[in-house]
Write a protein that binds this ligand. Structure first.
Ligand SMILES: [Mn+2]
Length: 359
């Protein structure tokens, strides 16, 4: 298992590579090229530059999060083949710079959603929060403005301006296709791309839908064990795998996280894990919380043990962190709380490894 942190290049992150290097147990970063428009090929020379910068900080660039999927692919439009070809070229370029894991998601129109990016918790820290009624009331274009205003000037991954313009028309489009058609569009993408992922030894790792329930009549697919089973069966290659995010899947109170991890990590289909805790206020309302089990509803020992028991050898990163100690950073991506989270997970992992040897 390798512990990494997410990092955004080109000054779009308050956290530096030097700070990440000084975080105990962290071997690299999950990063991206935010300036390349969705659907275009990620140029090799730009990737080489980025790798050089990361390697000079003595960190690894083995995980990319994310290469976004063009909406035409999700819609199943004739123009999708061109964007799929570009995706394949990007996979080839990523393999040339030593990338091992490609995280992506297949959420239509709207990427992750929260009603608040800086909700004050009882201890005075700030975390992202989700209140279902508020999100439902927000028209998605209003939400886009809210997300932009509250992001402290940082671009928000998944809320890139070029995706927002088309939003209303896209929602209308998806309201007129069935979820089954949406699954077919996903299979078309997987069957085209996975053979090249195999050829170039890049593990594809889909991120669950966040939140994992329907919003604005849009199809939701990666939401629970049953749907994940269906997703993995669309293309049975091991290169068709998961980014298992406990923060996203865990927001559905019916998802037993340890059980889900045991099943899919046990089958070797989890390549990347996002580990985070959250606290429910009701079935569909929650605050993101500190990683510690006692701070939220998820049992982190059971979660880390499920990965450890299934000999997980992929990458883990702490998912979002809170804003603590007065830090000003991109929402969810400050240094302090994520560094604490990473070392808590590493501590659980060390204990589990040593207990195994004692047996
Ligand atoms: Mn996640």
């Amino acid at each position: 298992m390798k512990m990494i942190l997410r990092w955004f290049p080109y000054g779009d992150d308050s956290v530096t590579l030097e700070q990440i290097k000084q975080t105990p147990g962290v071997s690299g970063v999950a990063t991206c090229l935010p300036k390349i428009p969705v659907g275009e090929v990620w140029p090799l020379d730009v990737l080489e530059e980025l790798k050089k910068e990361i390697n000079e900080a003595r960190l690894e660039m083995e995980v990319i999060e994310s290469v976004n999927i063009h909406e035409d692919i999700k819609k199943g439009l004739p123009s999708r083949d061109n964007y799929i070809n570009n995706y394949i070229k990007t996979i080839e370029n990523l393999s040339k710079v030593g990338v091992k894991i490609l995280c992506y998601n297949f959420m239509p129109v709207i990427d992750w959603a929260r009603s608040e990016l800086a909700h004050k918790l009882e201890d005075g820290s700030y975390a992202m929060a989700y209140r279902h009624d508020e999100v439902v009331k927000m028209n998605p274009s209003i939400m886009a403005d809210v997300m932009a205003q509250k992001s402290r000037g940082y671009s928000l991954p998944g809320w890139e301006p070029e995706r927002l313009e088309q939003m209303a028309a896209d929602i209308e489009f998806y309201n007129n296709i069935t979820t089954e058609e949406y699954w077919e569009n996903m299979k078309y993408f997987l069957d085209a791309v996975i053979p090249y992922a195999e050829k170039h030894d890049i593990q594809m790792a889909i991120h669950p839908d966040d939140p994992p329930w329907p919003l604005y009549g849009l199809p939701k697919v990666i939401t629970n064990a049953e749907n994940i089973r269906k997703f993995l069966s669309l293309n049975s290659s091991k290169y068709n795998g998961l980014t298992l995010c406990t923060g996203s899947l865990g927001s559905n109170i019916n998802n037993d996280m340890a059980e889900i991890i045991r099943e899919f990590s046990g089958e070797g289909r989890v390549h990347f894990a996002h580990i985070r805790n959250l606290k429910h206020l009701s079935e569909k309302d929650f605050d993101e919380s500190a990683h510690l089990s006692q701070c939220g509803d998820l049992d982190m020992f059971e979660i880390v043990k499920a990965f450890n028991d299934t000999d997980f050898d992929g990458y883990i990163r702490p998912d979002h962190g809170r804003m603590i100690w007065g830090e000003k950073a991109r929402p969810g991506y400050g240094l302090y709380d994520r560094a604490i989270g990473a070392n808590y997970i590493l501590g659980l992992w060390e204990a589990l490894e040593k207990m195994k040897k004692m047996k």
